[in-house]
Ligand binder design. Structure first.
Ligand SMILES: Cc1ncc(COP(=O)(O)O)c(C=O)c1O
Length: 386
C-alpha cells in the first residue's frame, strides 16, 4: 500500500459528496436535489463566444493571472457592486469559486492557525482548512440564522487568522444584515483578521438586498472576495471564477493559484468575458434566469408545505431550501434513507454540527425534479412518523 498525506487523512472526516460513497439505490432513477447546478444551459451568446474564441486562436497559454480584458471587466463589475473602486491588478482569475477558496486559504493559513467558520455554512471552507491543518473555530448562527457577533468575538484567540463569510448563504438562503456586517467588521479590524467573503450568489437574491463585504470601510484592505461565473451564468461546467484582494493578500494567493492550477482555460475565460460585457444580452439573461429560479423556488416552497413534520426557512437568496425535520434519524441516516428511496440530497451536518436534523435541498434543478424529489421526501416522512 502507498501512504497518503496527512491532508488526505484529515479530509476523510468530511461529509461532502456522501452519495458517492454509498451503494447505488435500486430505484429506477435517482432524483438529484443535492447539487447547485441549474437545470438550464449556459446562455447561447456565451456559448457562441467560446466557439469564436477557439476559431480566433485562443488556444494557447493565456496570461497567468487571467485574461487581461476579463480582469478589467470583473474589476468594473465588482466596483459597481461594492461602491468602491476595484482595479484589474486586484483581480485574479481562478478555476471557479472552488479554486478561488482553495488558493486563498492555502496561501494565507498555516497549520495550527485558527479560522472562524459560521455554522451552518458551505462545506468547502472546512475541507480546505483540513487540507492546510488549520483549526476550525465553529460559531453557531442564531436560531434565525443571523450572525451572533458577540459569539464571533469570543471565538477570536491570538491564533485566529481568518473569518469566513458566505452571504447570500449556502445552505440557509439568508443575506447579511448591515448591523451584522458592521459588528463583524469591527471584530475583524480590531483583531487584524483576513475576511474571506464568498459571494457567488450575489445575483441570486429574491427578497432583500445583498451587501458587499468589500464595500465596508473597515474591510476593503483585509477582504479576499471570492466570486464565480458558475451560478449567475449557469456556467458550472466552465470553471471560471475570481478573487479580489489588495496587493499584500493578492500576491500569495496568485502564487498558490499559479502552482495549483497554472492557467485557467483560455476559451472559457473569453466566454466569461462575453457574459459580463455584452450588456444587452446580459440584462436579458439575468431577467430570464431569475424568472426561472422564481418558478423553481415557488415549486420548492409549495411542495415542501405538503410534507409533515418539517420546518422550512425563508428562501430569500441562493437556491437552497434548509429544512428541519422531526423524525428519529440523524441527518446522515436521513440522507441515506432518502437516497435508498431514489432522492439525493445533502445531510445538514455536512454544513456544520448545527445542521443535525436538517437536510439541504436545492431548487436549481427543474420543477419536474423538485416535484418528484419532494414527493419522495413526503412519503418518507409519512412512513417515519406513522
Ligand atoms: C457558497 C459557494 N461557494 C463556492 C461554490 C463553488 O462553485 P464553483 O466552484 O462552481 O464556482 C459553491 C458551489 O456550490 C457554493 O455554494
Amino acid at each position: 500500500m502507498f501512504g497518503v498525506s496527512r491532508a488526505v487523512e484529515r479530509l476523510s472526516g468530511s461529509q461532502r459528496n456522501l452519495a458517492d460513497k454509498l451503494p447505488k439505490p435500486r430505484t429506477p432513477k435517482v432524483v438529484g436535489l443535492h447539487r447547485g447546478d441549474p437545470s438550464f444551459a449556459t446562455p447561447e451568446y456565451v456559448v457562441q463566444a467560446a466557439i469564436r474564441a477557439m476559431r480566433e486562436g485562443y488556444t494557447h497559454y493565456p496570461a497567468v493571472q487571467g485574461d487581461v480584458q476579463l480582469r478589467e471587466a470583473v474589476a468594473a463589475y465588482q466596483s459597481e457592486i461594492s461602491g468602491v473602486p476595484v482595479s484589474a491588478p486586484e483581480v485574479l482569475i481562478t478555476a471557479a469559486g472552488t479554486g478561488a477558496v482553495y488558493a486563498a486559504m492555502v496561501a494565507l493559513l498555516n497549520e495550527g492557525d485558527e479560522v472562524i467558520i459560521l455554522d451552518p455554512t458551505y462545506s468547502l471552507y472546512a475541507d480546505v482548512a483540513r487540507v492546510v491543518g488549520a483549526t476550525i473555530a465553529s460559531v453557531p448562527l442564531t436560531s434565525k440564522f443571523k450572525v451572533d457577533v458577540e459569539a464571533v468575538r469570543r471565538a477570536v484567540t491570538p491564533r485566529t487568522k481568518m473569518l469566513v463569510l458566505n452571504f447570500p448563504s449556502n445552505p440557509t438562503g439568508q443575506l447579511l444584515g448591515k448591523d451584522e456586517l458592521d459588528g463583524l467588521a469591527a471584530v475583524a479590524s480590531e483583531n487584524n483578521l483576513v475576511v474571506l467573503s464568498d459571494e457567488v450568489y450575489d445575483q441570486l437574491v429574491f427578497a432583500g438586498k445583498h451587501l458587499s463585504v468589500l464595500g465596508h470601510p473597515l474591510l476593503g484592505e483585509r477582504t479576499v472576495l471570492v466570486n464565480s461565473f458558475s451560478k449567475t451564468y449557469a456556467m458550472t461546467g466552465w470553471r471560471v471564477g475570481w478573487v479580489v484582494a489588495k496587493g499584500d493578500l493578492f500576491r500569495p494567493i496568485s502564487a498558490i493559484n499559479r502552482t495549483a492550477v497554472g492557467y485557467v482555460n483560455s476559451i472559457a475565460m473569453r466566454a466569461a468575458l462575453e457574459a459580463l460585457t455584452n450588456k444587452e444580452e446580459d440584462r436579458k439573461w439575468r431577467a430570464w434566469m431569475l424568472g426561472q429560479y422564481q418558478l423553481q423556488r415557488e415549486a420548492m416552497w409549495q411542495e415542501l408545505q405538503k410534507v409533515p413534520g418539517i420546518r422550512v426557512y425563508e428562501l430569500d437568496a441562493a437556491f437552497y431550501a434548509w429544512v428541519n425535520y422531526d423524525a428519529p434519524l440523524s441527518a446522515v441516516e436521513m440522507m441515506k434513507y432518502l437516497y435508498e428511496r431514489g432522492l439525493n440530497c445533502r445531510p445538514g451536518t455536512e454544513f456544520g454540527s448545527m445542521g443535525e436534523k436538517h437536510l439541504r435541498f436545492t431548487f436549481a434543478p427543474s420543477v419536474k425534479d423538485i416535484v418528484e424529489g419532494v414527493a419522495i421526501f413526503k412519503a418518507a416522512m409519512e412512513e417515519l412518523r406513522s
